[in-house]
Design a protein around this ligand. Sequence first.
Ligand SMILES: [Zn+2]
Length: 158
Amino acid sequence: MTSMSDMSDTPGTDLPDDPAHEPAHDDGRPRPKREGLAGEYYAWLGQGELRFQRCGGCATWRHLPRPICPHCHSLEWSWERSAGRGRVFTWTVTHRALHPYFAEVPYAQVLVQMDEGPRVLSWVVDVEPDDLAFDLPVEVQFAQVGDTTLPVFVRGDR
Ligand SMILES: [Zn+2]
């Protein structure tokens, strides 16, 4: 039987008082679940390819992975390779660490508008938060974090 005192793993209870503490090593980083369609998405990333689902009925690209097209409700789709180019749609800057792994602040979580249509939540790794700008062109790169490959972005050349 579980008592209330056993439920101490509430998010945030183990946060450091000092946000400048040493960041955790790779195995301390939270990772996305790689199950089902999301697992397929990350498997493509692991091969160095950013792919999104594209509807077989209306040709609309979509992300996050899901079985049904939100536009035409078709169940037909395929994984199509993105050209990897997009623009900064919006971002938010974290100034206080909310997880021990992400203790190096400030950093920006950036929503990238891909040319094909989907939006991807990621980082622009070569642009400081103060230098981000709406519509800044960016290109995908791939970051290896333990056994997981994540899409990150760098400033584009257009
Ligand atoms: Zn569709």
